[in-house]
Design a protein. Structure first.
Length: 252
């Protein structure tokens, strides 16, 4: 098991789904985890309580990652309470579904502001807290296979994930000399409450599984393991990488 003892980790969008699984696994590996949600929700508190009940260390912060002011306030609190940050996992994102011809400018801007600008600004803010760390830092961007595979009704979502792909590489290039690694994890079809609205349709579910050579949809924990590895010292020479976790879907 990778040892993250003594590390401070922030996971955005960690009240449920993939973010919750990532935060839980980081805590199990020894990290002190800062859970983030858009609001101080009961789900966010429940996730923290669950981690603590299992012997881990967890705290909560909340901010709308489409708001620069709220992100600033969140990182000011983290700096005040912890002094630094070792691990940053950008995971908070939204999916708004609509045919291309019906996407509103407002929904386009909302998607790009949360999914792309939010990752940029949280990543930049986290990196500034990592500069004085003896062992640098780890930034992991949760993207999607949608960054290189188009999907009907999600043009704006795919574009936002495409931006994350190049953002990750640019960050990795510039932060390498600061001993900060930056990598992306690209989930395929992962069944969580985030997409349960569409996957609850048996016909749609069967169609999704049919396109996956592994014969099943992924689980949130399938993503969490890769994040723990990238956050560890064993991954200190991995930067600018994209780890695709999709049951071989995109090579089928």
């Amino acid at each position: 098991m990778f040892d993250l003892s003594g590390k401070i980790a922030l996971v955005t969008g960690s009240s449920r789904g993939i973010g919750k699984a990532i935060a839980t696994r980081l805590a199990e590996a020894g990290a002190e985890v800062i859970l983030h949600g858009r609001s101080d929700s009961s789900a966010l508190k429940a996730t923290a309580e669950d981690i603590i009940a299992k012997g881990g260390k967890a705290h909560t912060v909340f901010a709308d990652t489409s708001s620069i002011e709220q992100i600033d306030a969140m990182f000011d609190k983290i700096k005040k309470d912890f002094g630094h940050l070792d691990i940053m996992v950008n995971n908070a994102a939204i999916v708004l579904r609509a045919p291309f011809l019906e996407i509103s400018v407002e929904d386009w801007d909302r998607t790009m502001t949360t999914n792309s600008r939010g990752y940029f600004y949280c990543g930049q803010s986290a990196a500034k807290l990592m500069l004085d760390n003896e062992n640098g830092g780890r930034i992991i961007n949760i993207s999607s296979i949608s960054q290189f595979e188009a999907a009907s009704g999600r043009c704006h979502y795919c574009a936002s994930k495409g931006a994350i792909g190049m953002l990750t590489k640019g960050m990795a290039l510039e932060l390498a000399e600061k001993n900060i690694t930056v990598n992306a994890v690209l989930p395929g079809s992962i069944h969580t409450d985030f997409n349960d609205d569409v996957l609850s349709d048996p016909e749609f579910y069967a169609k999704c599984v049919a396109g996956i050579p592994a014969g099943r949809l992924g689980k949130a924990d399938d993503i969490a393991g890769a994040v723990v590895m990238l956050a560890s010292e064993e991954a200190s020479y991995i930067s600018g990488a994209e780890i695709v976790i999709d049951g071989a879907k995109t090579v089928f």
